[in-house]
Design a protein around this ligand. Structure first.
Ligand SMILES: Cc1cc2nc3c(=O)[nH]c(=O)nc-3n(C[C@H](O)[C@H](O)[C@H](O)COP(=O)(O)OP(=O)(O)OC[C@H]3O[C@@H](n4cnc5c(N)ncnc54)[C@H](O)[C@@H]3O)c2cc1C
Length: 307
């Protein structure tokens, strides 16, 4: 324990560390749910050197670590996370467009919405489906974010990752398996940067697609309340929202967590929800859907800090 404290705690006092270290940082400040107990350390790494440094210290101390983006797909336990949460700062927040190749080179800490807006401004098509999706490029790649029919993975020409064993590694997007909200990145692989393909198109076509998608979101999603977006993946050929609605769970509540009245696949935080409330509601829905239809709903949301 003392060794843990010394090697990681030393970062706090190290002026040369390229980033910031926040001990006992409440994760409710870093999730769109606004839920979550403290991370033992939250570390913002501003360069690859800093990322490598903090990962090496954590590994050396046998302390778990994990990289997160904007926390828009995370449910963090009320007890918090007894490890190091890493976020990507300065050097991971740059974006460049190569006009000749029609490619964006984007750092993993860049908000997905910034890339979508930049593509729109330049009349480049291919990312309209992502309009309105919160989070970073790193989180979106890890989750293969998108709609039912389109996802980010299909735009990836190459991706650079860092892992303790392999260091920095760049590989073609075709070497990654991109499934429906799933990817083949290793659990300890941090996405650092990617290259995305887009194509010039009629700006009216791009605007039309984006506006239609935003209008659909506004109409069908509880955007004014804290959530993590869709809680469950849609089962093959069906919709999780439809199944939950049909078993009469729209509006169901545990503590401050409620199945949204607007979209049954959203669980919203009514203001004072705990992670425990949300988890209990998730498990109740799973049990009832299983009982009614024999279908196992798989969570899309990622759990952090639960036993
Ligand atoms: C209102 C709302 C609407 C949403 N709509 C959609 C939608 O239409 N489509 C959709 O797919 N999702 C949607 N989501 C879910 C969420 O926005 C996406 O999954 C998003 O891509 C997550 O990005 P993030 O940066 O917030 O990742 P986080 O939530 O911080 O992390 C998600 C996962 O990615 C991992 N991760 C994050 N960054 C990295 C990195 N650099 N390297 C390696 N792993 C990393 C984390 O460890 C975690 O496992 C919605 C969420 C909300 C709140």
């Amino acid at each position: 324990m003392a060794r843990h404290a010394s090697a990681l705690g030393a970062l706090l006092l190290d002026d040369r560390f390229d980033g910031e270290v926040y001990p006992n940082e409440p994760m409710s400040r870093h999730t769109t749910y606004r839920i979550g107990g403290p991370a033992r350390y939250l570390v913002r790494a501003d360069s690859v050197g800093a990322l490598r440094h903090v990962v090496e210290r954590a590994e050396e101390c046998g302390v778990p670590w994990m990289c997160v983006g904007r926390g828009s797909n995370l449910l963090v336990a009320d007890e918090g996370y007894q490890g190091v949460i890493i976020t990507l700062g300065r050097d991971f927040r740059t974006m460049r467009y190569d006009e000749e190749a029609s490619r964006f080179f984007v750092g993993a800490g860049v908000p997905l919405s910034s890339v979508v807006q930049e593509a729109f401004k330049r009349s480049l098509a291919g990312l309209e489906f992502a309009v309105g999706t919160p989070g970073t490029i790193g989180g979106a790649l890890r989750m293969n974010a998108g709609s039912r029919s389109e996802w980010l993975g299909s735009r990836v020409v190459a991706v650079t990752t860092y892992s303790p064993k392999e260091g920095l590694r760049r590989r073609p997007g075709s070497e990654i398996s991109w499934g429906y909200r799933s990817t083949s990145f290793a659990p300890n692989e941090v996405i650092v940067e990617c290259e995305l393909a887009v194509e010039p198109a009629d700006p009216f076509f791009i605007r039309g697609k984006m506006e239609a998608s935003l209008a659909r979101r506004k109409k069908t999603q509880p955007l004014g309340k804290p959530s993590c977006g869709s809680v469950f993946k849609n089962p093959e050929g069906d919709s999780a929202g439809r199944l939950i609605e049909e078993i009469g769970m729209k509006g169901a509540r545990v503590g401050g967590a409620q199945v949204s009245e607007v979209h049954a696949n959203f669980i919203v935080n009514e203001g004072d929800a705990t992670a425990h409330d949300v988890k209990e509601l998730i498990e109740t829905i799973q049990a009832k859907v299983k009982q009614a239809y024999g279908i196992e709903l798989t969570p899309e949301v990622r759990f952090l800090g639960f036993e």
